[in-house]
Design a protein around this ligand. Structure first.
Ligand code: SAH
Ligand code: SF4
Ligand code: F3S
Length: 477
């Protein structure tokens, strides 16, 4: 049994990460999933979604088949997120349901993995109160899933293996893409920014960039496989390369990925601190880099930004924001905002509203601050009540929605390129896709357009989506 340790997880040394290419192996005796099914529930960010794609592929290597019905599964994995308390509550709620299921179906294997598993409090709760959970593993040992399953079956007791390490890079873990036309590509793991409220640097280890060759080769393969859109993934992608190269950074990587001529490229998430002018120039230069940037600001108050350890001021953020808007034609910029950070007063919150009024974001993800055990902010005194925080969130969301609708309205009657992904979930006669600025469009189209980027005329505008119709003949992509 290996339990998580937040103090260990916090450590950063000069040790270089290792690149391991042969760490993932499936032996013949591990192929035990024939005629059995797996179900994975994923919480959290795109990084976790991509990890679940790894988990799926590993289980399929073991010959398990996927099911979307948990009741039908022989193995259930919860890939969890630790970013806010409500994510916790959801997972423990779900575990309650699974416990019930396991009472009548004793042989099912239940696993908890992901960022919550990296938390001491969670691991000890699982150990004490949920002994019936068969396997618990963290973000550093996804490739060990087959071994953990085999051991749990053999030993008939809970297998807990959570490493609290800076982390290495494990290459060649297979993944099963959720989307035929879009793919995630990890460019780096972990985070060294240590924003004071955030648990990610503890759950994901130190910043480790993948080698540029490994990334480019993966992108080329995906392109050959018909993938139209690549999302480069990392907690802080703009810092790509800093831990690995002296003279190769995100701007170089973006350029090299653009040169593969994969039709669309985007990247998440950008920390404003590492966003260079060169990067802006590269995004502006290449048509296949989408004019879409997620640039979390978190707060409009310098006092709060400082307490958050964000390393920029409101003025610096605005300078960068304006530079991006000036240089990248029709760019859409989205953000994340936290309200109710300890010691946020009405005047600080009003500064956040002012900033939103200035930036008029295309979209924003807004959160009430949630204290995370082990992070520095959790020790700060927090005087404002939950009621006050909720009121602030409502007020902020109202403003965000207003600007989201306004930015969509600018597209009314315009013709925009859309990657058609498939049939719309809500209406089977409609198709859905995203613009190059990452806006959702429901389209009157034909199934022959699925998987293609076509010109669409926007006919109707809503807060969260657009409606449109195919206008011009398909582009030669
Ligand atoms: N690496 C990304 C963010 C990952 S977490 C970045 O730095 O931009 C996604 C968002 O969750 C953050 O941008 C932040 O707005 C929010 N978040 C993180 N920790 C939080 C906490 N303790 N309480 C509330 N929101 C939080
Ligand atoms: Fe968390 Fe900050 Fe790292 Fe983002 S940059 S993952 S908010 S510590
Ligand atoms: Fe959540 Fe971990 Fe992502 S905490 S947001 S799943 S990196």
């Amino acid at each position: 049994m290996i339990l998580p340790d937040m103090l260990e997880a916090k450590k950063r040394t000069d040790k270089k990460s290792k690149f391991l290419y042969d760490e993932y192996k499936i032996d013949e005796n591990m192929k035990i999933g024939k005629n059995k099914k797996y179900y994975i529930k994923t919480y959290g960010c795109q990084m976790n979604e991509h990890d679940s794609e790894n988990l799926s592929a590993i289980l399929e290597d073991m010959l398990y088949e996927r099911t979307d019905d948990m009741m039908d599964a022989d193995i259930i994995l919860l890939n969890t997120c630790a970013i806010r308390e409500n994510a916790h509550n959801k997972v423990f709620g779900m575990l309650g349901r699974i416990k019930h299921l396991k009472e009548s179906k004793k042989d099912i294997i239940v696993g908890v993995c992901g960022c919550m598993a990296q938390e001491e409090v969670v691991a000890s709760e699982l150990k004490k109160k949920c002994k019936w959970v068969d396997i618990v593993f963290g973000t550093h040992n996804i490739h060990r899933l087959p071994n953990l399953i085999m051991e749990a079956i053999k030993n008939k007791k809970q297998e807990m293996e959570v490493f609290s390490i800076e982390g290495d890079i494990i290459e060649n873990i297979p993944y099963k893409r959720e989307n035929k036309y879009k793919a995630y590509v990890n460019i780096m793991y972990g985070c060294d920014k240590f924003c004071t409220y955030c648990i990610v640097p503890y759950t994901r280890g130190k910043q480790r960039s993948r080698k540029k060759e490994d990334i480019i080769n993966e992108v080329k393969k995906l392109k050959d496989d018909g993938v139209m859109e690549i999302t480069l993934l990392g907690q802080n992608v703009n810092a790509y390369g800093k831990d690995l190269y002296d003279d190769y950074g995100m701007e170089n990587l973006l350029e090299d990925v653009a040169k593969t001529s994969v039709p669309r490229i985007k990247f998440v998430t950008s920390h404003p601190w590492d966003f260079t002018d060169k990067m802006i120039d590269i995004i502006a230069k290449y048509d296949n880099i989408m004019p879409f940037i997620h640039l979390p600001v978190q707060s409009g108050s310098n006092k709060i930004l400082k307490l958050m350890g964000r390393r920029y001021t409101k003025e610096e953020y605005l300078k960068l924001f304006n530079k991006i808007k000036d240089k990248i034609k029709n760019v859409s910029i989205t953000t994340d905002i936290i309200v109710g950070f300890p010691s946020e007063e009405e005047s600080d919150f009003n500064e956040t509203l002012d900033l939103v009024n200035t930036c008029k974001f295309d979209l924003a993800y807004t959160f009430i601050y949630s204290p995370r055990v082990g992070t520095p902010a959790a020790k700060l005194e927090d005087k404002s009540s939950m009621e006050e925080k909720s009121e602030r969130l409502d007020k902020l969301n109202e403003l965000i929605n207003k600007y989201a609708k306004e930015s969509n309205e600018k597209l009314k009657d315009k013709i925009v390129p859309v990657l058609i992904e498939g049939v719309s979930e809500k209406d089977n006669n409609m198709f859905m896709g995203y613009t190059d600025t990452n806006k959702l469009v429901n389209i009157k189209a034909d199934k022959k357009y699925i998987g293609k980027i076509i010109d669409v005329k926007i006919t109707e505008v809503k807060t969260w989506s657009l409606n449109g119709e195919v206008k011009v003949l398909e582009k030669s992509v």
